[in-house]
Design a binder for this molecule. Structure first.
Ligand code: GTR
Length: 903
C-alpha cells in the first residue's frame, strides 16, 4: 500500500504541470487591482491554456512594452478600460485602478460565458454616469429612539447586517459585479455611532465597547468597499444632535435653527469624521428639522468649516495638502440655490442630489418645475445626482421594467445628470423583502432585476431596445430555466420571454396610475393599499402641498378635470384617469396570463416563480380595484353637478366591485406578505394612518367594506326621501351630516400640557373672538371646529421672526394653523418642510369675511424641550395633542361629499 502511494506520488511529480493562464500585476498594484487579480485568477483557475494576462493601469511599466499597440485614454477617462489580445498576451488595462478592475471583471464574464479566454479581444468601454450608487437605510420601520425621526444609533440589535462580514462581502461583490461605484448610508446623526468625540465627552451615546466595534467595522467596510472601487458615503440630517449631548445642554434632539453651540458641535463632528475616515464621503440633508431658510448659513458657516478643519488636520498629519473631496448636498427641504451660492466662494467641490420622481416612480422623464430645478442644479454643481428615492407606489411587489429604466437613465444623460442614487424597493426594512417566507428573502436576490437594470443603464443607456430585450430574456432564462448546461428547450426560451413580458406589463401600472388619481408622490401615500372614496373624489384636500402633484406629469387630466369636462361636454385632453385606470387594469390582467404561460418552461427557482405569479395576480386585483373605484368616484362627482340620483345608483355596483377586488387582493397577500409598506410610522396618511393595525391589505379591507355599507345606506335614504333630486348638493351635504343620528357630536381633542418659555409667543385658549395674533387685536377667530375649541394654543405676531421654545409633558403632535395668502398685512409662512401633515382643512374661519380659512397641519414632537422655528412670518399654534391621537379629518367649512361614505 505504502509503496503504491509512493509510486503514484513519484508519477505525479514527473507529470508536466497543467498549464493555466498566468496573471501578472503591477509591482505596486493597488488593493483594487489586487482584488481584480484575485477575481481573474478564480476565473481562469481551470482553464488548460497558457496565456499571460497583464493587469495594470495604462501608464504602468508593465504595459510600457505594448505602448504602441494599445491606444491611450482621453483625459479624465475615469473608470475606462481596454481589453486586448496580442498573441498569447492579454492586456487588461484601465485609465485608473477602477478601470483596470472593470476590465478584469469584463474579462471574467467573457471567460465564464465562453469557458475559455476569447481568441479575439479588442474592446474598450467606459461609463456614462460618473456616480452609480445604491442606498442602505441605517433606519428602521418605526421611530424607536426617544421619539426622534431618522436617528438610530448603530447597534447589532437594530442593524445585524452591519456587523456581518460575510453578508457585506457578498453585497459588495454584488455591487462591483454590477459596476456600482458608490454606497450611501442614511442616518440622522451617525457621528456618535462612528466616532469618539473627545472635545464633547458628554455626547457619547453608545457604550465604549460598542463604539470600538462600530469603528472597527466601519474601517473594515470602507476598506473592503474601496478594494472594489466603491466609495462609501455617510449621510446625516440637520440639525440633529447626539441625544446625550442635547440632554446635557438642555436642548431638543433636533433644532430648527442654528445656535453657536450646535454649530460648534456639528462642525467638530464633521472635522473628526473627515480626519478619521478620509476616504469616506459625506452627504447631507440641510433641511427638514432645520428651517429651509437656514440652509445657506448652515452650509457656509458650519458644514464647510467642519470639512476644512478636517482637511487641515489631515494635511498636517500627511505632510501635504489634501485636495478638497466632493461633498454632496441634497436639494431636499432647503433653499438650495441660496445654499450653493453661499458655498461656492468657500468650497469648489460640491455635488448635489435631488429626487427624480419624488418618493415614487412615475415617469421616465421630468417636466415643468422639476425639470428646471434639475437644470439649475446641473448648472451649479460638479455632479448632479438623481435620487431614485422611496418607491412608495411600488411597494411591496416585485418591480423591474428594464425599458422604463433605460429610458429614464437616457434622460439623465440628456439633462446633464451625472449620478444615480438608487433606493431599494423596500427601504426601511433592509435587507429583507416583505414576502412572508422563512427565511426572509434578501432584496438583492428577490429584486435582482431592479439592481441589475439600473446599474446596466447607468453604465450605458445608449443601447438598442431590441438587443436589450434579448439580453433580459437571457437573464430570466439564467434564473428560471437553465438546466445544467443542457441546450434550453423552446419551452425554456418562451418561459423567459413570458416572464419579461409579465414584469413589463405589470411594471407600468402603478407609475402610470398614481399621477392621474393619487394624492402625493410622497411616502405619505401607500398606493398599493388603495384609496378611500373621499380621497379619490377630493384628492387636493388630502395633499400636503395643497396643490396636486402634477409637477412633472405629461399632459392629462385628474379626476376633477375629467368630471368637469364631462359635464360641460368639453373635449378631454391627454391621459384621463378613467382611460389610464382601464388601461392598467387590462395590462396587469395580461401580465397574469404571461406569468402563468411561463409555467411549462420553468425548471429552476420554482418557489420564486410562484411568488412572481402571485405578485402579478395581486397587482391585477389592485388595478381592477382602482379601475372600478375610479369610475364610481367619477359618477359620485358627477352627482355633485347634476344632483341626479342615477349617478349614485350607477356608482354603487362599481364600488361594490372594487371591494370584491380588494378582497381578492387580501386573499392573495394574506399569507404571502408580511405587510404592504415598510414605513410603519404615523407619517403615513393615505389611505389610512400608519400604525401597527394598518400595515397589511387585510387591515384596510374593513375600511372599504364600511365605506360601501355607508354609501349603500345613504343611497337608500336618498332614494326614499320625498324630494330626492331637488336640493343642491351643498345643502344636502350639510343636512346629511347634521341630521345623521349616528354621528357623535364632535368634542375637543385631548391635550398634552406644555409650558411656553418667555420671549416669543403668547399662550391662549382657542375660542371664537380670540385674536389670531399678538399684535393685531382686530383679526380674530370667527368660527373654529369643535375639536379645537377650548384647547390651549400659542399665537405669534403678524411678523414673527424668533422661534418658540416650549416644553411638552409627553410626546405630542403639534397642531399649527397656516394662513392662506390673503390681503391681511401679516407675512405668512407655509408648511414648506415635508414633515407637516394636513389634518384639518379649513378648520378656523377668521373674522371679517375677507381672510381665507385656516388649515391645520400636524407633526410629531418628542416629550421635553422643543422649539418651533418656521422662519419669518405668521402662523398659529392650535394645540398639542397626544402623539397617538387620531385626528378626525374634519372639513366643516367645505361642501364635500364625505358624508356619503363616512359615519
Ligand atoms: C420625506 C419622507 C422621508 C424622507 C425625507 C427625505 O418627505 O417622508 O421618509 O425620505 O423626505 O427626503 O429625507
Amino acid at each position: 500500500m505504502n509503496k503504491l502511494i509512493l509510486a503514484l506520488s513519484a508519477a505525479l511529480l514527473t507529470l508536466p504541470a497543467i498549464a493555466t493562464p498566468r496573471i501578472v500585476t503591477s509591482s505596486h498594484a493597488t488593493p483594487r487591482e489586487q482584488y481584480a487579480a484575485t477575481r481573474l485568477r478564480e476565473a481562469v483557475a481551470n482553464l488548460p491554456t497558457n496565456e499571460t494576462i497583464l493587469l495594470a493601469q495604462r501608464h504602468d511599466a508593465l504595459i510600457a512594452p505594448y505602448d504602441k499597440q494599445i491606444p491611450d485614454f482621453w483625459p479624465n477617462a475615469e473608470e475606462s478600460f481596454i481589453l486586448r489580445r496580442l498573441g498569447n498576451t492579454i492586456i487588461v488595462t484601465g485609465y485608473d485602478a477602477s478601470g483596470t478592475l472593470y476590465g478584469a471583471l469584463e474579462l471574467t464574464n467573457r471567460i465564464a460565458q465562453a469557458h475559455a479566454i476569447p481568441s479575439q479581444l479588442d474592446y474598450e468601454d467606459h461609463p456614462q454616469l460618473k456616480l452609480r450608487g445604491t442606498a442602505i437605510g441605517m433606519q428602521k420601520p418605526e421611530i424607536t429612539y426617544e421619539g426622534a425621526e431618522y436617528d438610530y444609533p448603530y447597534t447589532p440589535k437594530d442593524f445585524p447586517f452591519f456587523y456581518d462580514k460575510a453578508w457585506w462581502t457578498h453585497y459588495l461583490d454584488y455591487l462591483v459585479d454590477n459596476r456600482y461605484n458608490a454606497l450611501f448610508l442614511w442616518n440622522g446623526h451617525p457621528f456618535t455611532s462612528l466616532l469618539k468625540l473627545p472635545k464633547y465627552p458628554e455626547a457619547q451615546e453608545l457604550p465604549t465597547a460598542q463604539l470600538d466595534q462600530n469603528i472597527a467595522m466601519f474601517r473594515w467596510l470602507t476598506a473592503e468597499a474601496d478594494k472594489r472601487g466603491i466609495w462609501i458615503l455617510q449621510g446625516f440630517y440637520n440639525i440633529h444632535l447626539s441625544h446625550a449631548f442635547a440632554r446635557a445642554h438642555h436642548l431638543p434632539y433636533h433644532l430648527s435653527a442654528p445656535t453657536p453651540l450646535s454649530s460648534d458641535y456639528t462642525r467638530y463632528c464633521i472635522a473628526q469624521f473627515i480626519q478619521q475616515y478620509p476616504h469616506v464621503g459625506i452627504f447631507m440633508t440641510l433641511g427638514e428639522a432645520m428651517g429651509p431658510h437656514y440652509g445657506p448659513q448652515w452650509l457656509a458657516q458650519t458644514i464647510i468649516p467642519g470639512v476644512k478643519d478636517g482637511l487641515a488636520a489631515l494635511s498636517q498629519r500627511e505632510g501635504q495638502a489634501i485636495p478638497e473631496p466632493p461633498i454632496i448636498v441634497r436639494a431636499h427641504a432647503t433653499d438650495i440655490q441660496d445654499a450653493l451660492a453661499a458655498a461656492h466662494p468657500l468650497y469648489s467641490n460640491i455635488d448635489t442630489m435631488w429626487k427624480w420622481n419624488g418618493e415614487s416612480l412615475t415617469w421616465t422623464n421630468i417636466r415643468g418645475p422639476v425639470r428646471s430645478r434639475f437644470a439649475d442644479l446641473v448648472a451649479g454643481s460638479n455632479v448632479t445626482i438623481a435620487n431614485i428615492h422611496l418607491l412608495s407606489n411600488l411597494e411591496p411587489f416585485r418591480w423591474g421594467d428594464p425599458d422604463f429604466i433605460r429610458e429614464t437613465e437616457h434622460n439623465f444623460i440628456r439633462i446633464g445628470i451625472g449620478g444615480l442614487h438608487l433606493y431599494p424597493l423596500r427601504y426601511w426594512d433592509w435587507p429583507y423583502s416583505a414576502d412572508n417566507t422563512t427565511p426572509l428573502l434578501q432584496q438583492t436576490d428577490r429584486d435582482w432585476i431592479w439592481y441589475e437594470a439600473w446599474a446596466r443603464y447607468a453604465w450605458n443607456p445608449e443601447r438598442n431596445p431590441q438587443t436589450e430585450r434579448t439580453y433580459w430574456i437571457t437573464r430570466f432564462a439564467d434564473r428560471f430555466t437553465s438546466t445544467n448546461n443542457q441546450q434550453p428547450t423552446t419551452n425554456n426560451q418562451q418561459a423567459a420571454e413570458h416572464l419579461l413580458n409579465a414584469y413589463e406589463l405589470s411594471g407600468i401600472c402603478a407609475p402610470k396610475l398614481l399621477p392621474r388619481i393619487g394624492i402625493t408622490e410622497g411616502n405619505r401615500e401607500v398606493f398599493s393599499l388603495g384609496m378611500t372614496m373621499p380621497q379619490l373624489i377630493d384628492a387636493a384636500r388630502f395633499n400636503p402641498a395643497e396643490t396636486l402633484w402634477t409637477g412633472d406629469a405629461p399632459a392629462g387630466e385628474r379626476l376633477t378635470d375629467y368630471v368637469a369636462n364631462e359635464v360641460a361636454h368639453k373635449p378631454h385632453h391627454g391621459e384621463t384617469p378613467i382611460g389610464v385606470a382601464a388601461e392598467v387594469a387590462a395590462s396587469s390582467a395580461k401580465a397574469v396570463e404571461e406569468a402563468e404561460a411561463a409555467a411549462p418552461g420553468i425548471t429552476r427557482n420554482q418557489a420564486e416563480y410562484n411568488r412572481i405569479v402571485n405578485d402579478t395576480k395581486s397587482i391585477a386585483a389592485l388595478m381592477a380595484f382602482y379601475n372600478a373605484k375610479v369610475q364610481a368616484a367619477a359618477l359620485v362627482m358627477q352627482y355633485s353637478y347634476d344632483h341626479n340620483l342615477t349617478d349614485l345608483e350607477h356608482a354603487e355596483p362599481l364600488l361594490a366591485e372594487s371591494v370584491s377586488h380588494f378582497k381578492e387582493l387580501v386573499a392573495l397577500t394574506d399569507t404571502t406578505y408580511r405587510d404592504a409598506a415598510a414605513m410603519h410610522t404615523s407619517q403615513r396618511q393615505i389611505p389610512v394612518r400608519g400604525g401597527p393595525d394598518t400595515e397589511h391589505f387585510r387591515d384596510v379591507l374593513p375600511v372599504y367594506e364600511k365605506e360601501l355599507a355607508t354609501f349603500q345606506t345613504r343611497l337608500k335614504a336618498l332614494e326614499t326621501a320625498t324630494n330626492p333630486g331637488a336640493p343642491g348638493l351643498a345643502s344636502e351635504t350639510r343636512e346629511g351630516s347634521a341630521t345623521n343620528p349616528s354621528a357623535p357630536p364632535a368634542k375637543p381633542l385631548p391635550e398634552v400640557p406644555f409650558t411656553l418659555a418667555p420671549g416669543a409667543g403668547e399662550a391662549f385658549t382657542i375660542a371664537p373672538g380670540q385674536p389670531l395674533y399678538t399684535d393685531d387685536a382686530r383679526a380674530t377667530i370667527a368660527t373654529v371646529v369643535p375639536e379645537l375649541n377650548g384647547l390651549k394654543g400659542i399665537r405669534v405676531s403678524t411678523r414673527q421672526e424668533i422661534p418658540l421654545h416650549f416644553t411638552l409633558a409627553a410626546p405630542a403632535q403639534i397642531l399649527v394653523g397656516f394662513f392662506k395668502s390673503s390681503s391681511h398685512k401679516a407675512l405668512d409662512v407655509s408648511p414648506a418642510t415635508e414633515q407637516w401633515n394636513l389634518v384639518m382643512p379649513d378648520a378656523v374661519i377668521p373674522s371679517g369675511g375677507k381672510a381665507l380659512p385656516i388649515s391645520v397641519w400636524a407633526k410629531p414632537l418628542p416629550a421635553g424641550r422643543n422649539d418651533l422655528d418656521l422662519g419669518k412670518g405668521a402662523y398659529i399654534v392650535l394645540g398639542f395633542v397626544p402623539a397617538d391621537t387620531h385626528i378626525p379629518f374634519t372639513a366643516t367649512n367645505s361642501n364635500n361629499l364625505d358624508w356619503l361614505f363616512e359615519n
